[in-house]
Design a protein around this ligand. Structure first.
Ligand code: FAD
Length: 373
């Protein structure tokens, strides 16, 4: 069977859903494939940063009802006072249960007549068609599709990226573990550094806190529920209630990416950038790059050349992701170097606005009034 819609989106999670929903708003029809028949409770710190909240909120009007807002970040380094800052003005992030977010995104995809959403359909392989007019051939097992534009929103182990020759081989990344506790949620996302891991506490709902731990495979594999309790205790975290969703593990590991687009393939979200989750920006970046991919696909469908739309996508997605990449490198430095933490803490004591100033570029895309900023 063959189908010739101009745009196929592979992946119906954050990046793919944002892309397809934005295409639909521009009147561009698409096919969205997702290998899972239903929403997945993905291992994630579950903190959506303000720009991500704004972008997703524009597509899901009831977004805030799915979670709980937070008003900033706080770092806890062993032996040092807490370092924290609040978002300016009325800006807030959102702690959000990944399964509920996935369900809401899938419902939104299924509701749009411009979107042919196909849950439970996996891409098996991708190759360029022999006829340039047909673009790409997507092999789906029993059937195939042809599309001029393919959006790779298929996550950290992206098959679209491999098929399009955009993976450069060198693998990088770490493992993550997530559980949830019955505990009073913090007002800020709290990140505890130390013991060879970073621990994230994110508010999800009244009496419910998400706990995510980042570390090496060996370290995290050794953590069952009681070992997680003990690790939290060692880090000074004492949830009032029990763990209500058992620890789940996930490797966040993928190859470096040689470029985010080529010959009508546009990568977004984790498929485009295997970024360490330490900055808690993955969903936000997925939303930003999904929206940029939709913009490029729309202009191509309306007549712009592949070459100029691709060049613009490479430029704009590089610019939009830069502040988050910088923040990630900075946080990794803090995680790895005691000296860097010592310097950061002293600098912060002298200039309490310093952290907020560092994080400011990550809000630049928001429509802020000058007084808010
Ligand atoms: C421990 C940990 C903590 C994190 N904490 C945070 C945080 O606090 N805040 C934050 O914003 N981000 C966080 N992240 C990162 C965040 O989870 C990801 O960046 C985000 O989910 C990326 O979204 P995506 O849509 O690109 O990919 P994904 O959410 O991975 O979705 C990819 C989709 O593609 C589908 N798919 C894959 N292969 C195929 C195929 N062959 N055919 C069809 N469909 C396919 C999958 O089923 C899936 O639905 C964390 C990650 C980890 C591991």
């Amino acid at each position: 069977m063959s189908d010739a819609r101009p745009v196929v989106v592979v992946g119906g999670s954050v990046a793919g859903a944002v892309c397809a929903l934005q295409l639909a708003q521009s009147g561009v029809p698409s096919i969205v494939l997702d290998q899972h028949g239903g929403a997945v409770d993905k291992v994630c710190g579950e903190g959506l940063q303000p720009v991500g909240r704004e972008l997703l909120g524009g597509l899901l009007p009831d977004l805030d009802e799915l979670g709980r807002t937070f008003d900033g970040f706080e770092f806890r380094f062993p032996g040092l006072p807490p370092l924290g800052w609040s978002f300016p003005g009325s800006i807030r992030g959102l702690g959000i249960d990944r399964k509920r977010l996935g369900e809401a995104l899938r419902a939104a995809l299924a509701a749009r007549p411009e979107i042919d959403f196909r849950p439970g359909v996996a891409l098996r392989s991708l190759e360029r068609s022999t006829s340039p007019a047909e673009g790409w051939r997507l092999e789906l097992g029993a059937s195939e599709l042809h599309a001029r534009i393919v959006i790779g929103a298929d996550g950290v182990r992206s098959g679209v990226r491999t098929g399009a020759g955009l993976a450069d081989g060198a693998r990088r990344g770490r493992w993550g573990l997530r559980c949830r506790y019955r505990a009073a949620p913090p007002d800020r996302v709290r990140i505890h550094f130390g013991a060879g891991v970073e621990i994230y506490l994110t508010p999800l709902a009244d009496g419910l806190t998400s706990v995510a731990i980042l570390g090496s495979e060996e370290r995290l594999r050794s953590l069952d529920a009681s070992a997680v309790d003990a690790l939290l205790g060692e880090s000074g975290i004492r949830p009032e209630g029990p763990c209500v969703s058992p620890p789940q593990l996930l490797p966040h590991i993928g190859p470096s990416v040689s470029g985010p687009a080529a010959h009508g393939v546009f990568l977004c979200g984790d498929a485009a950038l295997v970024l360490d989750p330490i900055s808690g920006a993955g969903m936000t970046l997925a939303a930003i790059t999904g929206a940029l991919a939709a913009e490029s696909a729309t202009t191509i469908v309306r007549g712009e050349s592949l070459r100029s739309a691709t060049a613009r996508f490479v430029r704009t997605s590089g610019r939009a992701t830069r502040p988050y990449r910088a923040l990630t490198s900075f946080l990794l430095l803090l995680a790895r170097s005691e000296r860097a933490r010592w310097c950061a803490e002293r600098l912060f004591r002298r200039h309490p606005d310093w952290l907020a100033w560092c994080a400011r570029p990550t809000f630049r895309a928001l429509a802020l009034s000058t007084s808010d900023a």
